[in-house]
Design a protein around this ligand. Structure first.
Ligand code: ADP
Length: 183
């Protein structure tokens, strides 16, 4: 049973790897960033609330994301496994997820930390062309990552759930390393 959480800074390649693995394993790829971009495109109430945070490179408030994640993880296609990409992103989201998974009877999860040096991240993000990939917003997203998300590395390491993978390799090499590690 594959239940995987992808950690790692913006630009580490979480989305690409999560999508590839989800496809191979035939399980849902749940990206909170993609879900938010969909909501913003549709201008749904959630999308409207999220927009100003995303545009500035800030995190959307925990409660909004947690509600969205709970709703998605409660759908029936998650019973055969899932890959989470972009959630949790704060310690409080991680605690919420813990309780949710307990409630859903899903106890075993593996956490992948994709490691990529800062200078490579900035180069990758600058070439991507997403509306929140301007220089200023990229810098803020990296800072927000360091302050709010990086503490999750120790959170999961302490619980012996963390696997580190070198994300500074060709895409196929990263996929290969991941497939060797995950169950
Ligand atoms: P990246 O990993 O490249 O930074 P994502 O697509 O995962 O991008 O997320 C884009 C934006 O969506 C984030 O900068 C943030 O504003 C918002 N977001 C996504 N997931 C979360 C989350 N779990 N908590 C709060 N905000 C989130």
């Amino acid at each position: 049973m594959t239940r995987l959480i992808f950690l790692g800074p913006p630009g580490a390649g979480k989305g690409t790897q999560a999508q590839t693995l989800a496809h191979h394993k035939n399980i849902p790829h749940i990206s909170t960033g993609d879900m938010l971009r969909g909501a913003m495109r549709e201008r749904s109430p959630l999308g409207i609330k999220a927009q100003s945070y995303v545009d500035k490179g800030e995190l959307v408030p925990d409660q909004l994301i947690q509600d969205m994640a709970e709703e998605r993880l409660s759908q029936s296609d998650t019973s055969s496994g899932w890959i989470l990409d972009g959630f949790p992103r704060t310690v409080s989201q991680a605690q919420f997820l813990d309780e949710l998974l307990q409630k859903l009877g899903q106890k075993t999860v593996q956490v992948i930390n994709l490691e990529v040096p800062d200078e490579v991240l900035i180069e990758r993000l600058s070439g991507r062309g997403r509306p929140d990939d301007t220089q200023e917003v990229i810098c803020r997203r990296l800072e927000v990552y360091r302050l709010q998300t990086a503490p999750l590395i120790n959170f999961y390491r302490d619980r012996q759930q963390l696997l580190s993978v070198n994300g500074n390799q060709a895409l196929a090499e990263v996929t290969n390393d991941l497939e060797k590690m995950i169950t």
